[in-house]
Design a protein around this ligand. Structure first.
Ligand code: NAD
Ligand code: TYD
Length: 369
């Protein structure tokens, strides 16, 4: 690790956690495309972290990658001391609901203990800063709409005031981390901001999540496994729009507040799968016939939340953020990206990936692989 001898003033660097994952890597790439402020990127490189995504930054001095665990207090303390960031943008998490059902322990460790460790390290670092740097410092916690639970068809979308009712081990662990972040502000004054975003899609998403799984399976002629009746609804946001919202909250969000981020794009899963199939029929038709022939309804996910929808009026009104992509433009870009990057896809479909596909789909009454 590069050590710096002269102490900077805490005004020129941000620390990103989980910046080799789907959203974190998109954030780092967009951040360095938009400006010159350096990024220290702390990532454990679990199955979901992928340095290939950041290969374009290999010789970029503005990007300093550190492989490490957010639960490692000494490591985090050292990074803060050496790099003296003006902000922490915290993406690192275990993020997949199905994996949380099969193995919740890692979710509690990284999402709860890891966030606790970061908060404690940030608090010690922040307390010792000079007045100006202390006032400007931010801890931005990236969270999810899943903490609010499930909506019925006629319910209003989630506003920031919606009660927390997490239903999966994933959402419960994220809810716990949100509560810790909130408490570190109210008790210690740490200048935190929390964002709760809806489902993201876009380039570099690991093909365990709905949209990339459907794309890569359809391209390989494999089954497209739709859970239950396929009528569960998610509110989809293009990842670049989420990254823009985070930049905006970092720049202008009020400490102690939370901001819901969403695309006003509620779509049922089965409709998503049809959209993906039709785009592939247009862009890469299969000799065997329309990709919809591969759709299979399979056993539902236990505790499957029926509907998520975000009321994003607060971030629009107070910070002037709105999504730039429509679902039509975003999904076209996304399918195009997977078609153009077969090497990235092949690289992430390692033995461990195949093992996961067997674990998750083997016992359902339809197979994904
Ligand atoms: P991801 O699973 O693609 O990436 C997570 C990253 O965190 C990986 O690079 C992984 O190596 C790293 N990581 C995991 N455990 C770690 C640890 N102990 N120490 C350091 N690094 C560790 O996740 P994502 O989809 O990019 O989500 C990023 C954040 O955004 C998460 O906090 C998630 O809860 C939140 N979020 C995701 C979505 C979505 O649709 N994907 C929506 C809203 C919010
Ligand atoms: P997912 O991408 O795992 O995100 P989340 O569970 O965090 O919303 O799943 C999105 C929706 O797609 C969810 O309702 C579950 C459903 N789904 C399927 O129908 N089949 C699949 O193979 C997967 C992975 C998800």
């Amino acid at each position: 690790m590069r050590r710096e001898t002269t102490e900077r003033n805490g005004d020129m660097t941000i620390l990103v956690t989980g910046g080799a994952g789907f959203i974190g890597a998109n954030f780092v790439l967009d951040w360095l495309a938009a400006g010159d402020e350096p990024v220290v990127n702390l990532d454990k490189l679990t199955y979901a972290g992928n340095l290939q995504t950041l290969a374009g930054l290999a010789r970029d001095a503005r990007h300093h990658f550190v492989q490490g665990d957010i639960c490692d207090r000494a490591r985090v303390d050292d990074l803060l001391e050496v790099h003296r960031p003006r902000a922490i943008v915290h993406f690192a998490a275990e993020s997949h609901v199905d994996r949380s059902i099969h193995g919740p322990g890692e979710f509690v460790r990284t999402n709860v203990e890891g966030t606790f460790t970061l908060l404690e390290s940030a608090r010690a670092y922040w307390r010792a800063l000079g007045d100006e740097a202390r006032t400007g410092f931010r801890f931005l916690h990236v969270s999810t709409d899943e903490v609010y639970g499930s909506l019925a068809a006629a319910d209003a979308p989630f506003a920031e005031s919606h009660p927390y009712q997490p239903n999966s081990p994933y959402s419960a662990s994220k809810a716990a981390s949100d509560h810790l972040v909130r408490a570190w502000h109210h008790t210690y004054g740490l200048p935190v901001v929390t964002t709760n975003c809806s489902n993201n899609y876009g380039p570099y998403q690991f093909p365990e999540k709905l949209i990339p799984l459907m794309i890569v399976n359809a391209l390989a002629g494999r089954d497209l496994p739709v859970y239950g009746d396929g009528r569960n609804v998610r509110d989809w946001l293009y990842v670049g729009d989420h990254c823009a919202a985070i930049r905006r909250v970092l720049a202008a969000g009020t400490p102690g507040e939370t901001y819901n981020i969403g695309g006003w794009n509620e779509i049922a899963n089965i409709d998503i799968v049809h959209i993906v199939c039709r785009l592939l029929d247009e862009l890469q038709p299969a000799a065997e016939g329309p990709h919809e022939r591969l759709i299979r309804f399979v056993a539902d996910r236990p505790g499957h939340d029926r509907r998520y929808a975000i009321d994003a009026r607060r971030i629009e009104r107070e910070l002037g953020w709105r999504p730039a992509e429509t679902f039509e433009s975003g999904i076209r870009k996304t399918v195009r990206w997977y078609l153009d990057n077969p090497g990235w896809v092949a690289d992430v479909q390692s033995g461990a990936y195949r093992e996961w596909i067997g674990t998750n789909y083997g016992s359902r009454n339809g197979a994904a692989a």
